[in-house]
Design a protein around this ligand. Sequence first.
Ligand code: ADP
Length: 452
Amino acid sequence: MRRLTDYFLSGFANESPFEKRKASYLLYIIYTAFIYGFLVLVGQLYYHMGQVYFYGNIVALTGVIVSLFLFKGRRIQAAGHVMIISALSMVIIHNLVRDLYKFDPIIRYHIYINMVTLFGVYLLILSFFRSKKVLYYYGVAFELILLGHTLIIYDHLKHIPQMGLFVWQHFTTAATGIFTEAVLCTWLISYIDTLFLQNEEDAERIQLQNEKLEDLVAQRTKALKSSNDNLQEFAYIVSHDLKEPLRTISGFISLIEKDLNKRNLNDEQTKEYLQFVHRGTIQMEELISDILAYSKLNVVERKFEVVDLNDVVADVCNVLSKSINESGAVIKTKDLFAVKGEARLLVQLFQNLLSNAIKYRSEERPLQIEIGCVPQGKMVQYYVKDNGIGIPEKYFDTIFQAFKRLHSKTKYEGTGIGLAICKKIVEVHGGRIWVESDEGLCTAFIFTLPAA
Ligand code: ADP
């Protein structure tokens, strides 16, 4: 007995659902054996059928209590089975007792109990197809069977005094029959369950795999994020620290130039070389500034506020006034809706787009730039349109990648980070940016930002 107890307890503790299931079947068999053994004993002691029904009800009640405990201990499957076994047993007791003693039950109750049993079976079949709701249906089937049976027992109890004495040998036979049927029921349920089990095991395996995969993705994402953060921090530190020595180089180049001039050693060749160095340092300074601006976009925390884009564009035009004048650009700005964003970043966005429009102007016509917007629900769509050299369609996506340029440095100066910064700024605000262009005719950068 102890070994058996150990067996089913270890079965419940076991990870495998199959072992758990096996253990729970064992539990029903032991349970039913106990109950009916007890019933036989009671039958021997009380030679009266009323007692049988009385103890029959106790069996059902014990079934409910045991099931409740099993439910509480999360042995849900076992609880469901105990419930149904005890309910079915009651039906069996009823039928056997009736048959053995030619007890003539009231026909309508007989039909009723069969209907209830059939309904329970129907629910069982239904639960077979909807494995998730198995216990629910078991429970419902049990309740209905028990209810029907209780009504019958109640009715029988009223008739029992006229039935004469109960013969215990017959009762023993009945109990053995009941036990056999209970075992058969258990076997049947266990068979149905193994069919469920296949599905459940598959589902459990898939779920386990999914969980493992999710864990792996979470780990990788964490690692990636950390290396990304490190990289951004690295870019920020490097670009920040590179600026200092560059300023020194720039300063000393100017000093050398002055010194050479003073000593009349600054011939054309030397002048040209020094200009190369000078231009190199300027380019490097721009590159470092752009990388710094780009990496800062990731590092700093955002504080959004209502920003008037008319003011932003006015500020940018002020900053770019020299190149606007030199290029003869005419800038038409429509009334711009305010946005919820970070003013500093929005200045940078418009500055990059406007300076590009000026830089990539056409030599064939005077430069015209138009800035406007169209509301779109919670977002506003803005555009910066120019009549410059345009962009071939195949580069519409690549130009937004960092360091991607369509021209050589000698033709148009630049670092190739400007649009990458614009993209990042728009995305930081929860928007999207794209380009539309007719090569050789015009370019429009369109982007969405959250309306204030
Ligand atoms: P940069 O201007 O420093 O090269 P950007 O990232 O700002 O870098 O731009 C990437 C490329 O997109 C540029 O090299 C240029 O070829 C193209 N481009 C950007 N703006 C315009 C524009 N308004 N008109 C035509 N081409 C443009």
